[in-house]
Design a protein around this ligand. Structure first.
Ligand code: FMN
Length: 353
């Protein structure tokens, strides 16, 4: 039965998340991406002119003007729908990819589909649907594909969020059967499937298990940016949650470790705490194909509307252009060969990963 929106706990939680993510506590002190421990070596003679730079990339079979993805955040409420349309329109203008938030609200209330319908404003760029692993297990691969297709998305981001669920009083507690379900979904969706974390990172070993089971694109979404444990603590998380606010694999370590482990073929997205173009360049240098941002787009939209959000994303692309030129790279792929200095904490993570 269709429930009115004000009685729908999933939709209410999604709007509460938008408000809570505006608070500084969701980026807790002490959480680090370790991108600050990566220094790309300056090239004083780059022998390049800025117009020669080529930031173009491909994702889900479509061209991008820059290797950037606005990550999935919302949907299911009028406010979420408005934000989705605003950010998707920006993605179309900038020629970058766009992700919708979890479509769980749409499963529970089919009339919420409109709040995920962004094709009118983003007809050409890659658009990703989104669902959590628990819902994907319950639905089975055929219905997950229907969910993606029902909004005209080019692919589907399947999110893993064990830490958030564990911190949430009403969260899921049973994580069995996930890898098998992912393998079945990879059979059905093929290269349209993206498996992502939500700010705790995916270790190289886990990334390799996903790739072995047929996953060809992984968003590593490491620690150092939005902390979903902190969000749940603000909502009144379970008693033991506090020490886990900074839990997770730093984004830099996740990216470098995963690329080393899985080789060149799988598409790797770096996200979690990417806040500027230089950080984006470092993540690409460590082995990512694309970088993703969530919180900065939300906050910039809250502060300055569509114009503000667009300016903040353009600043990231602009900083990436600067980093390319100053390292003598014409393309993001060339960043992988730039010599770099890495700090001791990152080196220690990599000894183990
Ligand atoms: C307000 C908000 C809502 C989010 N909702 C979802 C979601 O529905 N599905 C999902 O896969 N990730 C969701 N995320 C996680 C992001 O996609 C991303 O993995 C994480 O926030 C790390 O990136 P960041 O540090 O740039 O925010 C959300 C993030 C934010 C800030």
């Amino acid at each position: 039965m269709t429930k009115p929106q004000d009685a729908d706990p999933t939709a209410r939680r999604k709007d509460a998340h938008l408000d809570l993510c505006l608070r500084p506590e969701v980026e807790p002190e002490g959480a680090r991406t370790l991108l600050d421990e990566v220094h790309l070596i300056h090239n004083a003679l780059p022998e390049l002119a800025e117009p020669e730079l080529d930031l173009s990339a491909r994702f889900l079979g479509k061209p991008l003007r820059a290797p950037l993805l606005i990550l999935g955040m919302t949907g299911g409420t009028p406010r979420g729908g408005e934000l989705n349309r605003a950010l998707a329109a920006i993605a179309e203008r900038l020629g970058v990819a766009f992700g919708l938030g979890s479509q769980r609200a749409m499963l529970e209330r089919p009339s919420a589909r409109d709040t995920y319908s962004v094709r009118e404003v983003a007809p050409t760029v890659p658009v990703l649907g989104n669902i959590g692993i628990a819902q994907a297990i319950a639905l089975g691969p055929g219905r997950v594909r229907d969910l993606m297709e029902s909004i005209g998305a080019d692919g589907l981001a399947l999110h893993l969020n064990a830490a958030q669920e564990m911190a949430q009083p009403e969260g899921d507690r049973d994580f069995r059967g996930a890898l098998e379900a992912i393998a079945r979904l990879a059979d059905v969706l093929g290269p349209k499937l993206v498996v992502k974390e939500t700010g705790c990172g995916i270790s190289p070993a886990t990334c390799a298990r996903l790739v072995e089971r047929g996953v060809s694109c992984v968003d590593l979404s490491g620690a150092g940016g939005t902390s979903w444990v902190s969000v749940e603590i603000l909502r009144g998380g379970r008693p033991g949650a506090q020490p886990f606010a900074t839990w997770g694999i730093p984004t830099a370590a996740a990216v470098l470790g995963a690329r080393r482990r899985v080789g060149g073929a799988p598409t790797l997205i770096a996200s979690g705490g990417i806040r500027d173009g230089l950080q984006a360049a470092k993540a690409l240098a460590l082995g990512a194909d694309l970088v993703g941002v969530a919180l900065p787009a939300l906050r910039a939209h809250e502060d300055g509307g569509s114009e503000g959000a667009q300016a903040s994303l353009m600043a990231i692309v602009d900083g990436l252009r600067m980093a390319l030129l100053l390292t003598g790279c014409r393309t993001p792929a060339q960043l992988r060969d730039v010599p770099r200095v890495m700090g001791p904490d990152l080196a220690r993570w990599l000894e183990v990963l």
